[in-house]
Design a protein around this ligand. Sequence first.
Ligand SMILES: [Zn+2]
Length: 363
Amino acid sequence: MIFRDPGTLLQHISTARLGWLGVIFLSLMLSATLACGSSSTDGSDASKTAEASALSESSGAIKVVTTVSPITSIVENIGGTKIILDGVVPEGVNSHTFAPAPSVARSIAEADLIVLNGLRLEEPTLEMARANKKQEAVILSLGDQAISKDDWRFDFTFPEANGQPNPHLWPDPMLALRYAELVQQQLAEMDPSNADYYAANLEIFRQRIDELDQGIATAVATIPQVNRKLLTYHDSWAYFALRYGMDVIGAVQPSNFSQPSVKEVAELIDQLNELKLPAVFGSEVFPSDVLETVAKESGAAFVDDLRDDDLPGGPGDPRHSYLGLMLENMEFMIPALGGTVDALADFDPSLVFSGTSTANYPQ
Ligand SMILES: [Zn+2]
């Protein structure tokens, strides 16, 4: 746990509390059993890939493979209609442990550019990319280039001892903009004839990010100071919190993406009772009976709608974008902590270019 104050330990738990712990322990066992039954999903979409491939051959457009959907969306916003874009990590899967199906290798073998978050988020996909890419194809690892090692964040889910920093840079919109700039530079270098197009898309994206950034800052300022604290299940808000002066008091998910231990849960209940937070936050992708039970015990609302890499709606919906992802996260997070998102009421999360892209978002 990354709590600054480790709180009361297990030995201080009252007898009444043990009843709850029993419930929590059972739900831990149940969740573990369910997790064992799940399998990885094939990220390919054969017909769409074939269509994209034919288009690429006829138009000479750059073929880009991306991993998680927020990155696919950022690349889509910059590349627009001028690139052939194929995301490989399906939305709603655990991207931290995702292993691509062998069929993804075909997509990688045809790509000119492979864009990843990096910071060790997508190791199996990176390995597959290195083994299968064309010799001249470029691997662009955004997170590794966007910040220096001095700015890496380590915490409970991503402890320094494991050497893997928290990879969730993109919930900080300014870092997402940095990603977009890196993508624009790379595309312009590989496809100079469309450099002006990529630069124009980046400029509109930059304006949207500025609006989003100012809107979030204004919205966070409406949260009572004492409530500007995040206790989440999945650990994706480290860089966001730093940007907007919020305090991540804890992220519960252990580094192996299992459930927290009974002892850790007991500490959590004590922390929550002390802090009297109005809400704690679960994740769309990682349901947590444990955090829900903990929330109930402490009287906090349990908001399990936050997402870091599962875009709202489906492909074609205006909110199915990085900008829509952040807007919707704010709509869930800010009011739950006692603030308002009025500052974002007119924010436009749709794609910055006109026309239809070929982007493939496996579901
Ligand atoms: Zn994540």
